[in-house]
Ligand binder design. Structure first.
Ligand code: ADP
Ligand code: MG
Length: 438
């Protein structure tokens, strides 16, 4: 099955209901699909003139058809003749931080379980500091809290590129603080964290119980809040259920808007599965989508995990998607109750990719050929697990400062070097494919 061609056929069919047959032949008969990326369709035509007409007259119909077919939004890029396509360039959804890539409102499927949180996030993004402050989003793991938090960051960055945005995970706030105290740099810490227009705090539950962190956070919160700047917080539970939370903080959190996200209903799960599959270029029959959505009920991350595995089976094993392969993917994803790969596996796959041994990454050799893979493994541990910086450092026999600077280094390289982005993508896919088998 060639998904790209299938998608193209479906698109043409859908366009033929809006355009005359002559228009279709004139403008699209020598047009071909090049690539369906997560966020855009790339097509090729023969002349500059055709490109102009397609972009000016037909782009909106094409986008509307894609959106109708797959319930998600795509950009359209038209190439002419032999023009080369460079993957991933000018991706409009990259956002202010590399980890925000892809987490946009466009990609967020709205259903009953999340529509309140979604609407609240949209208002905050449209009216930062004015609509609801703070916005406190809570719910179980894997239901889209981080996605919404980052979508707010994205949207504000897009419209107000000059605004200073800070994104921090609860446990990083603690680590950063502890470190700054050790190094006598608390003033820098304060300037850095208090001086922002938008403060995004992910998984605040990690600061509960840590007294000095809570006090510092309280002051950070007040200073941002009083300057009229926006704060958005996520947590796995509501403030009143965070038993070790300082009362002053609880009052602050409850003083804004609280929005919870519940597990999605069947219909929403199907929409999410279909959307994710399409973005990965996988065209799944309705009954398979329904089967997946009926099997995975409590966690969107797992739902995505199943789709990613199916894509990998198709790409790597060249398997057709059958009920059996779906069952296998579901079993893989649900076996540990989570879709979080284990750290050894991440280190092993990273080493393997560079023809090294895990021991090399954990050892002391600082040559570039080993240092970069080591940094990549730390970056991936950060991306794919819930480990704290400290634990990430420990996995590689390093401390948490080294872990942080390694991660930043890779993020920086990904910003400037599309090859690095490709490497990261490849290793990630190796990890997610192999993690069921260890
Ligand atoms: P949480 O932070 O609540 O643990 P995430 O925001 O990390 O969850 O979501 C887990 C995965 O599921 C992410 O890849 C996210 O993009 C995806 N996801 C969650 N909810 C939705 C949704 N409504 N539409 C599309 N993708 C979703
Ligand atoms: Mg999260």
């Amino acid at each position: 099955m060639n998904s790209l061609d299938d998608i193209w056929k479906m698109l043409m069919q859908s366009l033929s209901t809006q355009l005359t047959p002559t228009a279709i032949t004139t403008w699209f008969s020598d047009c071909s699909p090049v690539e369906l990326e997560e966020y855009r369709l790339v097509i090729r035509t023969t002349t500059q003139f055709k490109k102009k007409i397609i972009t000016e007259r037909f782009a909106s119909s094409i986008k509307a058809s894609l959106s109708e077919l797959f319930s998600c939004d795509f950009d359209l890029l038209v190439l002419v003749g032999e023009e080369e396509y460079i993957k991933g360039e000018e991706n409009p959804t990259d956002g202010p931080f590399p980890e925000m890539a892809g987490y946009t409102f466009d990609n967020f499927i709205v259903g009953n379980s999340n529509k309140f949180a979604h609407a609240a996030a949209i208002s905050v993004a449209e009216n930062p500091g004015k609509a609801y402050n703070p916005l406190f989003i809570y719910g179980n793991s894997g239901l889209g809290k981080t996605h919404l938090l980052m979508a707010i960051g994205h949207s504000i960055h897009e419209r107000f590129p000059e605004k200073k945005i800070s994104y921090i995970k609860g446990d990083d706030f603690t680590n950063d603080l502890v470190n700054s105290i050790k190094e006598g740099k608390t003033l820098e810490f304060r300037t850095k964290h208090r001086n922002v227009d938008l403060f995004l705090v992910d998984d605040i539950q990690f600061i509960a119980g840590k007294q000095s962190t809570q006090i510092e956070f309280f002051h950070t919160f007040n200073s941002i809040y009083e300057a009229g700047n926006q704060i958005v917080i996520t947590s796995d539970r509501p403030p009143m259920e965070m038993s070790l939370l300082d009362d002053r903080l609880r009052t602050r959190f409850e003083g804004g808007l609280m929005a919870d996200i519940a597990p999605p209903d069947l219909e929403t799960r199907m929409a999410i599965a279909r959307n994710k599959a399409t973005r990965l270029g996988l065209l799944l029959p309705d009954e398979i989508i329904e089967y997946i959505a009926a099997s995975i009920t409590a966690n969107v991350r797992q739902l995505e995990g199943v789709i990613k595995r199916l894509t990998a089976y198709r790409d790597i094993l060249n398997d057709d998607i059958t009920k059996e392969s779906v069952d296998r993917a579901i079993e893989d994803v649900t076996r540990n109750g989570t879709d979080i790969p284990n750290p050894d596996n991440i280190i092993r796959e990273t080493a393997k990719y560079f023809s090294l041994k895990p021991e090399d990454l954990k050892g002391n050799n600082r040559s570039r050929e080993i240092a970069i893979p080591r940094q990549i493994s730390m970056y991936l541990l950060r991306q794919l697990t819930n480990l704290s910086l400290n634990d990430i450092g420990k996995e590689l026999g390093r401390n948490h400062t080294t872990a942080l600077s390694s991660i930043r280094k890779i993020e920086e390289m990904m910003r400037t070097d599309s090859e690095m982005t490709g490497v990261i993508r490849d290793i990630t896919s190796n990890i997610t494919t192999s993690s069921g088998s260890n």
